[in-house]
Design a protein around this ligand. Structure first.
Ligand SMILES: Cc1cc2nc3c(=O)[nH]c(=O)nc-3n(C[C@H](O)[C@H](O)[C@H](O)COP(=O)(O)O)c2cc1C
Length: 289
């Protein structure tokens, strides 16, 4: 599974990735970055990212983030009306302003709201739900305390990034606490965090129902293709695949956006996820586009 990454794994990147690797990587599920409510409505550009024609032929699951039952209902109903057959529920975003308002990982501290959502899921029998979460906000046992409510939900799977929100995207992965949690959960677990090689995937899929990869796939877009083919590609072949993908992403974004400054704002976040092996000259030239 391809992790949702706000500003990165949006429709343009996804469609280029799917076009270049579909045959080699087999079936892969993509997730949209979270879709939210803004000023009382579902944010239009979030919704466009899900309904875009660029998503054609792709297994795509929209993800939602919300703070209460009203926001939850508005998002689920809007997405279902727009054809969503699956919806992923964000209980993992660590961004402090969202957490403070009870969204993302902040939801982990509101079992009463999660309980009402668990009941409401039955009102949408045509939609299959999944949850993406962390182990807690700053306490690694918060997830464990939610096991009964999560078990009452009709879920496809639960994706876990085994860190607290306080850790953001760095520091130790807490495998012992993940194991305590997963031993009580009835749903399949998808592992998410720091996956960067085909052998990581091989090892983790022995233990978990699947994996979800974010940053590792941005820097090594051939990762799933390599895993499925059963052998690692050479560094040169991987770099070529990365540069091909980013060249196509750049030209699609250039066509779509108005002017150089909009384009640079959109392309800049990708500079953080350049393959470590790439020589300085190539990186410099790429960042100058
Ligand atoms: C820039 C950025 C944006 C992200 N946006 C989202 C998001 O919209 N929804 C979500 O569930 N997780 C989001 N995440 C978290 C990733 O999906 C993933 O859980 C995290 O990066 C850990 O996995 P990785 O080590 O494979 O990257 C984001 C992470 C980053 C770094």
């Amino acid at each position: 599974m391809v992790a949702p990454l706000q500003g990165l794994t949006e429709a343009v990147w996804r469609s280029v990735h799917q076009r270049l690797f579909a045959e080699l990587q087999g079936e892969v599920e993509y997730f949209t970055p979270f879709i939210r409510v803004e000023k009382g409505n579902v944010r239009a550009r979030d919704l466009r990212d899900f309904t875009s024609v660029l998503n054609e032929g792709m297994m795509l699951t929209p993800q939602i983030i919300f703070r209460d039952v009203d926001e939850w209902k508005m998002l689920v109903e809007t997405l279902a009306t727009n054809g969503a057959k699956r919806i992923d529920v964000n209980m993992g975003c660590p961004f402090p302003p969202q957490v403070k308002k009870g969204r993302g990982a902040g939801m982990l501290q509101h079992p009463e709201i999660i309980g009402r959502i668990a009941e409401d899921m039955a009102n949408y029998p045509a939609v299959k739900f999944s949850v993406k979460m962390r182990l807690g906000v700053d306490d690694l046992t918060e997830a464990l305390a939610l096991v009964d409510i999560l078990n009452a939900m009709p879920l496809r799977h639960v994706t876990v990034h085994p860190r607290t929100a306080k850790q953001q995207y760095k520091g130790a992965l807490h495998l012992k606490e993940l194991s305590d949690f997963s031993s009580k959960l009835i749903h399949p677990i998808i592992f998410n965090g720091e996956i960067s090689t085909p052998s990581d995937i091989e090892i983790l899929t022995e233990k978990y129902a699947g994996v979800m990869v974010g940053r590792g796939l941005l820097a090594r877009p051939s990762l799933f293709a390599e895993y499925r083919s059963g052998e690692e590609w050479s560094v040169e072949k991987r770099e070529e695949a990365y540069l091909n993908l980013m060249r196509d992403v750049s030209s699609e974004l250039e066509k779509k956006l108005c002017g150089k400054s909009q384009f640079r704002d959109k392309i800049k976040p990708y500079f953080e996820y350049v393959p470590a092996s790439l020589d300085k000259k190539t990186v410099k030239a790429w960042k100058k586009i």
